[in-house]
Design a protein around this ligand. Structure first.
Ligand SMILES: Nc1ncnc2c1ncn2[C@@H]1O[C@H](COP(=O)(O)OP(=O)(O)OP(=O)(O)O)[C@@H](O)[C@H]1O
Ligand SMILES: [Mg+2]
Length: 762
């Protein structure tokens, strides 16, 4: 008995005559002695039956609104599955050519006319660079590549480093901008549209970009939440996750955290399989993988490819690049494309390799690893004067010869058009997210672009983010520590300031420093945002959620921690420094600190969207914040700033909170900051004995004709604000402007994500 997953047909047909597609064969992750996989699925039902199933499924959807085709774990006799299966999906690509312009290195002979003119635009066959203009050359990364991949099979792209494997995978996965790639890609004879491919395929990157603090099971559960339709019940999603965990051989690691450099988590091979799992949660029809085995030991690599083989046998097309497959892995591959400098030097099955090379006149020694021999031989040819031209041409003629001999030119698609094939696949449980659209008239509309509405996406994103950060309390701890230490230092340095002219100066200094600190402490978050950005790019590349949901939830999730930080900072400093305003003054002070934390974190978030590296990010944050402080109005009054710099004053994020706290502090009209003889405090006359100061004051008052005594108030809070040039905005307006800055940077962050995360080559 083996456990396979199939959808619930029970209402529409007799289960004994049903066909199931193999979904999972458990792998014991502790041993590499693997069970042979279930060989493919049973015969496809007729077209009529398939479409009836589709309509049954749709009827169920529209009926009570909650049903979708369901992956169910069923116990089946494995003998039921040993029936040959007709091919339903064929991805063909013809004459794929991709060139990029590279700037020319200036070598004297290439600029000046010389006898060695072949250097200008060198067109030797071994060199893909062909000259174009004086400043740029065109480098052909893919040169006329054709081939075919079928469901149930793994197609592997092989070649030396730099031969163009990743480029070919990118070309097939639609990760190259439209205008740049020449050639035709069709699925079941129909040209593959970008949107369509996005929905029915998945691309697994070479890097494992995962949240380090989530367990394997949680990671896959979140993927299920993102990519499986909302109408699918929680228990069914859980079932799908469990079957996937089993299929990927991750049972023993399900409860282990992913981990990162600092924390031990799952092994490299397991992490790889989790990455694959995330992308196949919705059971895509085409799966692209760039070097899924790189960095893994041979056992882990074998297990990964074994998993891929099972995915293929469940009715998917699997296309992967691989560096040097071991002998055992080679046995799992169905088709190979060997590349050399962007050209095909062999395409066909692994078993034909020896015949191919002996036909070419270089027979393979029996005891040699086939791929190693092929790669070594290709490398040798690349180094020879003629290059691989002869092999490229031989491959072309050899293929033609083989085709005419075997008559395998037209692939057998079981007579299904693309729409029918996709319908059939959906009815068999493929593309889980796609099976809910009741108005399915074309393959495009069969599958909604996003599985969930915005609010659901936001909920799941926020939940995941909270979960991850809750398990990394040290990250928040460091930020809190930084804020508290700064608060403590400020509180002790500016302890209990008085209302003397000196005290006023110190208050100004305290506010300027405190308001810029809130921005500086936000820079801590830069690396976290940057790390997350790559996960975001991976997830949005295939429409796991909307970018807007991400930006919204990102903004929401930071709020609780900002509120905590602001209250800690405000409480530590407000009373210790002796700020004015009582409870309402404190509340406003807290709000403005919170607003500047908000603006600061939005600013850093925006930077993480446009700056790709941490160090560069820090440099920019520090530099810009220094300028903000310079132009805030503390060092130089607004009316003293040169007119050509005044715009920076208004851009300064520190200006608004600084002005707000000053107004909060000096708004009380009954308070006096310079009284009587204190007028001499900030001048050289400050050292004069007190009785003399009184006399001076008297004579001043007679000279001026004013009655100035030692108790007369000479400077009120309003005067201080006037002196500081704080006249244009009220304190509440300053608060709103600071909050608005925060929103503006969030919007800019969104725009940067829209523009910067296309994930496509040009
Ligand atoms: N934008 C580009 N401009 C110029 N050359 C490029 C560009 N992108 C890729 N290349 C070159 O194209 C060639 C193929 O790159 P590709 O990444 O496809 O190689 P690969 O076979 O995947 O190598 P590896 O096994 O090391 O991953 C390389 O020589 C690479 O330097
Ligand atoms: Mg590569």
């Amino acid at each position: 008995m083996s456990r396979v997953v199939a959808e619930d047909y029970s209402r529409s047909r007799d289960s004994s005559t049903m066909t199931f597609h193999t979904q999972s064969t458990p792998i014991d992750s502790n041993s590499h002695h693997l069970q042979p996989p279930l060989s493919a699925t049973a015969t496809s039902p007729t077209l009529g039956q398939l479409l009836k199933n589709v309509s049954d499924v749709h009827r169920e959807n529209t009926g009570d609104g909650s049903e979708t085709p369901v992956h169910q774990v069923l116990e089946l006799e494995s003998t039921d599955l040993e029936v040959p299966r007709s091919i339903r999906f064929v991805l063909s690509f013809n004459n794929l050519t991709y060139s990029v312009k590279v700037s020319r290195k200036f070598k004297l002979p290439s600029i000046l006319p010389s006898r060695n003119t072949h250097l200008l635009g060198a067109a030797t066959d071994s060199d893909p660079i062909r000259g174009e203009s004086l400043f740029t050359t065109t480098k052909t990364l893919l040169n006329d590549i054709s081939g075919e991949a079928r469901d149930g099979e793994i197609m592997a792209v092989l070649g030396a480093s730099g031969s163009g494997k990743s480029t070919l995978i990118d070309a097939l996965a639609n990760r190259i901008a439209k205008g740049s790639l020449k050639g035709i890609k069709t699925l079941n004879g129909e040209v593959l549209e970008s949107r369509m491919l996005k929905v029915i395929s998945a691309y697994v990157m070479q890097e494992d970009l995962l949240f380090p603090m989530l367990t394997v099971e949680e990671t896959l559960t979140f993927a299920a939440e993102f990519r499986l339709p909302r109408s699918l019940s929680k228990s069914k999603k859980r079932l799908r996750v469990q079957s996937l965990i089993e299929q990927l051989g991750l049972k023993n690691a399900a409860k282990t955290v992913i981990g990162d450099e600092g924390r031990r988590g799952v092994s490299g091979g397991e992490r790889r399989r989790v990455s694959i799992g995330i992308d196949i949660i919705h059971d895509p029809i085409i799966l692209f993988l760039d070097e899924p085995t790189s960095g893994l030991d041979s056992t882990s690599a074998f297990m990964v490819v074994k998993v891929l083989q099972m995915i293929a046998q469940s009715g998917s097309i699997v296309i992967m690049s691989v560096h040097q497959p071991s002998y055992r892995i080679l046995g799992l591959l169905d088709r190979l494309i060997f590349l050399s400098r962007g050209q095909t030097v062999y395409s066909g099955s692994p078993t034909n390799l020896p015949v191919y090379f002996s036909d070419f006149g270089h027979p393979m020694p029996d005891n040699e690893n086939r791929t190693e021999f092929a790669l070594d031989f290709i490398r040798e040819l690349e180094g020879s004067p003629g290059g691989t031209k002869s092999l490229v041409e031989f491959n072309r003629s050899w293929k033609n010869l083989k085709h005419s001999r075997n008559g395998e030119g037209e692939p057998d698609r079981g007579g299904l058009s693309l729409k029918e094939a996709i319908s059939a696949a959906i009815s068999k449980g493929k593309l889980v997210s796609g099976a809910t659209n009741k108005d399915a008239v074309s393959p495009n509309s069969m599958v909604p672009t996003f599985a969930n509405p915005v609010w659901k996406e936001m909920t799941v994103l926020s939940k995941r983010s909270f979960m991850n950060s809750r398990r990394m309390p040290e990250l928040f701890g460091i930020r809190l520590g930084a804020v508290m230490v700064t608060g403590f230092i400020l509180a002790t340095v500016f302890w209990n300031l008085d209302n003397s002219p000196k005290g006023v100066q110190e208050r100004l200094g305290f506010f300027a420093f405190a308001m810029s600190t809130t921005f500086y402490t936000c820079a801590d978050a830069l690396p976290v945002f940057l790390q997350e950005r790559y996960i975001f790019m991976r997830e949005t590349a295939y429409n796991a959620y909307r970018r807007s949901s991400y930006v919204l939830s990102h903004g929401l999730v930071v709020l609780p921690s900002l509120i905590f930080l602001s209250s800690a900072f405000a409480a530590t400093t407000f009373w210790a420094v002796g700020l004015d305003g009582g409870l309402s003054g404190f509340l406003f002070y807290f709000l403005i600190v919170l607003a500047s934390f908000w603006a600061g974190s939005s600013f850093v978030t925006f930077l993480s969207g446009v700056v790709p590296q941490v160090m560069l990010g820090y440099t920019i944050v520090v530099a810009i914040l220094a300028y903000f402080l310079l132009f805030s109005g503390f060092f130089i009054n607004r009316n003293r700033i040169p007119p050509f710099w005044i715009w920076f004053h208004y851009l300064s994020l520190v200006k608004y909170p600084y002005e707000a706290v000053l107004q909060n502090e000096f708004q009380d009209p009954t308070k006096c900051f310079v009284r009587g003889v204190q007028i001499f405090d900030q001048s050289p006359l400050g050292e004069v004995p007190a009785p003399l100061k009184l006399k001076l004051l008297e004579s001043m008052s007679t000279t001026l004709g004013m009655d100035i005594t030692s108790s007369t108030c000479l400077t009120t809070g309003a005067d201080i604000l006037q002196q500081q040039g704080i006249t244009d905005l009220s304190k509440w307006n300053c608060l709103w402007v600071t909050v608005a800055w925060g929103f503006l940077f969030r919007i800019l962050f969104y725009v940067s994500l829209l523009l910067g995360s296309k994930n496509k080559r040009r």
